[in-house]
Design a protein around this ligand. Structure first.
Ligand code: ATP
Ligand code: MG
Length: 661
């Protein structure tokens, strides 16, 4: 293809041209900022014997508009006199558009755009600037990285007829950063990339603190042949991973001294994990073991060591317990989604990473420290499986949303974040083992600079904060001043893509996959929700039910009593404990029938009644208790207080259902 017939002339080169930029006077609005343009010129050939014809390719980065026939003084005069331009002989039709072009390189002018060379001679003043057809630009962009699989992510900002593709190979084998202020379009862009990778069957792992990707499960029918799995954090104990307890202590507390560590390892070897036991339950048992040791210890000097150990375990236990509860509550709000416990990444990595599988780990409800601890344990384990070349899991790509949480800059004063070292290792060595990363952040200046600068490709969407803009300029060597100035002006989904995944930096408009939009999550319309919001209709019922339950639990035994006033017992109740037990027993027999066939879990009853019974039994089925007579509940290890509270819970839930029928 040659320029002579099909490439439209749109302007003429003016001013000082260099080998990196030139300006041209643009013919009436024939081009926009972000457009790719070309100038044909003759340069000496390799041997410097003859001449060869080349195209110089450039990107329009600025357009200035001015009118040399309308001097500043005239403007002053007009405003002083209150005159309009039409009342004068001055012209407003002679204004000029001057476009600034950043040179990308040059190719042969014979239609073969495979090789892009640096320009060694500036373009000639007065040369014609050409507007290449979409086909030529597509060829130029496609020629970029030979042999690589392209992934379509959008179009040029200025030309919707020119698709932009990035190299799949460079994204999955290297690392990519997607940076923008909130609402800039990071998640939409990430979903676009994920969509293409899903189509290719590439194994994906997403760390999702806000549930932005949970909708992919809802839309799973769009990904025929692939499996979308929603995971919630669960660290299961096995024979081999007892050291996790120590990792958790080190990551969540100030750690242990040598003697304390000895106590811990002694206990770890004594307490065998049960099948599928959660780390939380295991830690509880460890604490009991330490308590027993402390009660029997002969050398009292050992007591402080034991008590510190127990306390540190208590800190971890409390933390995990609280977060687990919040995450569970958040998942209860998303009942229509199917969550699974996170499989053990050490013992069963293939359950997380496998071909045509997208594993989404939902971290909602966990605080930053716990999120980073879980991420660190997960990533470390699966990275090890890749690094030791055991071939248990294929190469994969991990997408990390809210990267500033997982890899905060040392300026944020959080240098001991557990995932920092893990991700540093992945980003420096991961590419040897096929563990690519996509890091996403809305506050780039809060992300660790050295880790972020190891990304080989960047997608920078709208950024308004000057600190973030400066930071991005520092870490991206090839971001021009003119491009940096555009960052605050981008609309959603518009941005600059640069680095190894593309041939040269481009202004892109990311394609939004409308069919992936899932309005319940991530893209919520809070204005509408606020306008439609109604107070919980069940709240008064709940309150009444709770009041009734309190009354019930205070009721004296109704059995006929002997004369005189019954003596008060230690709880201030006039009913003797055995009498109260019998009244509770008859209440239990009545209420348990209601729940004999109930398929819900204890946590579900807690959620509807607003009562808390026992966090550790929340996942157990209500029916498994309802089938037991009162006396057998005792054999389940339930204290009398626990039994009373269980009774109250079931009565409250029964009253609640009766009221709503
Ligand atoms: N490529 C795009 N084309 C059109 N609209 C877009 C595009 N990307 C984003 N948007 C619009 O912007 C909204 C916010 O996008 P998105 O959720 O991806 O932002 P974000 O950068 O991830 O924000 P946050 O930091 O809050 O997570 C979308 O709901 C959509 O309306
Ligand atoms: Mg987002």
């Amino acid at each position: 293809m040659t320029a002579n017939n099909t490439w439209t002339p749109i302007g003429t080169v003016v001013g000082n041209a260099t080998t990196s930029e030139f300006s041209f006077i643009l013919k009436s609005f024939k081009s926009r900022v972000g457009d790719l343009v070309a100038v044909q010129m003759e340069v000496p050939d390799e041997a410097r014997q003859g001449k060869q014809s080349i195209y110089v390719w450039g990107r329009v980065v600025t357009i200035n508009r001015f009118n040399p026939f309308f001097p500043y003084e005239a403007a002053q005069e007009l405003s002083n006199e209150g005159l309009s331009l039409q009342d004068t002989i001055l012209s407003n039709s002679r204004d000029q558009l001057e476009a600034g072009v950043l040179i990308l390189g040059c190719t042969a002018a014979d239609g073969n755009f495979k090789n892009l060379y640096p320009l060694t001679y500036p373009v000639q003043p007065a040369a014609e600037v050409l507007y290449p057809p979409a086909k030529a630009i597509k060829e130029l962009l496609a020629g970029g990285i030979p042999g690589h699989t392209p992934m379509r992510i959008g179009t040029l900002i200025a030309r919707q007829d020119v698709d932009i593709s990035i190299s799949v190979d460079r994204v999955v084998a290297r690392h990519m950063a997607i940076l923008a202020m909130t609402g800039g379009g990071k998640t939409v862009a990430a979903r676009r990339i994920l969509r293409e990778l899903i189509d290719l069957g590439y194994p994906l792992l997403i760390l999702d603190p806000h549930g932005d990707y949970l909708g992919l499960w809802q839309k799973r029918e769009l990904f025929q042949g692939s499996t979308v799995r929603l995971l919630y954090p669960h660290i299961a104990m096995t024979e081999q991973n007892r050291h996790i307890v120590e990792i958790l202590i080190n990551k969540m507390t100030e750690g242990l001294t040598e003697p304390q560590r000895e106590v811990l390892s002694e206990c770890l070897s004594e307490v065998d994990p049960e099948e599928g036991e959660s780390v939380l339950r295991y830690i509880k048992r460890l604490r009991d073991t330490i308590a027993r040791k402390a009660s029997r210890v002969s050398d009292r000097r050992k007591l402080p060591t034991l008590s510190v150990c127990r306390r540190q375990l208590g800190v971890v236990e409390n933390r995990l317990e609280r977060m687990e509860l919040t995450n569970e509550r958040m998942r209860q709000r998303l009942r229509h989604l199917k969550f699974e416990q996170m499989p053990d990444p050490q013992g069963c990595p293939e359950a997380i990473i496998s071909p045509r599988t997208i594993s989404i780990l939902y971290l909602g409800g966990y605080d930053h420290l716990t999120q980073t601890t879980i991420a660190s344990i997960l990533l470390e384990a699966i990275y090890e499986h890749r690094a030791n070349l055991s071939n248990r899991i294929p190469p994969f790509l991990a997408v990390i949303e809210e990267a500033h949480t997982f890899i905060p800059s040392s300026r944020e004063g959080a240098s001991d974040v557990p995932s920092l070292e893990t991700i540093r290792k992945l980003i420096t060595e991961g590419r040897k083992f096929g563990t690519g990363l996509v890091l996403i952040s809305q506050r780039p200046s809060r992300v660790d600079e050295t880790i972020l600068s190891q990304c080989n490709s960047f997608l920078i969407l709208r950024l308004v904060n000057p600190r973030d803009q400066n930071f991005v300029k520092q870490i991206m060597e090839n971001l021009s001043e003119q491009d940096a100035r555009m960052l605050p002006g981008f609309g959603p989904g518009q941005g600059i893509i640069s680095g190894q995944a593309v041939r040269f930096p481009l202004l892109a408009r990311i394609r939004m996959d409308e069919d992936l939009i899932y309005t319940d999550l991530g893209d919520e319309n809070f204005l509408k929700q606020a306008q439609d919001w109604k107070p919980d209709p069940h709240a008064p019922v709940r309150k009444r039910v709770a009041g009734k339950i309190q009354q019930l639990s205070r009721l004296p035994d109704r059995r006929p009593k002997g004369r005189g006033t019954a003596p008060k017992h230690e709880n201030g109740d006039s009913t003797p404990p055995e009498g109260r037990d019998q009244s509770e027993q008859s209440r239990w027999d009545k209420v348990r029938k209601v729940f004999a066939m109930d398929t819900r879990a204890i946590g579900d009853l807690e959620a509807v009644t607003g009562l808390d019974w026992d966090q550790s039994r929340r996942r157990e089925k209500v029916a498994s208790y309802a089938k037991l007579p009162w006396k057998k509940l005792k054999a389940q290890g339930l204290s009398s207080h626990k039994r009373s509270r269980l009774l109250q819970l079931l009565e409250a839930a029964a009253a609640f259902s009766a009221h709503n029928q």
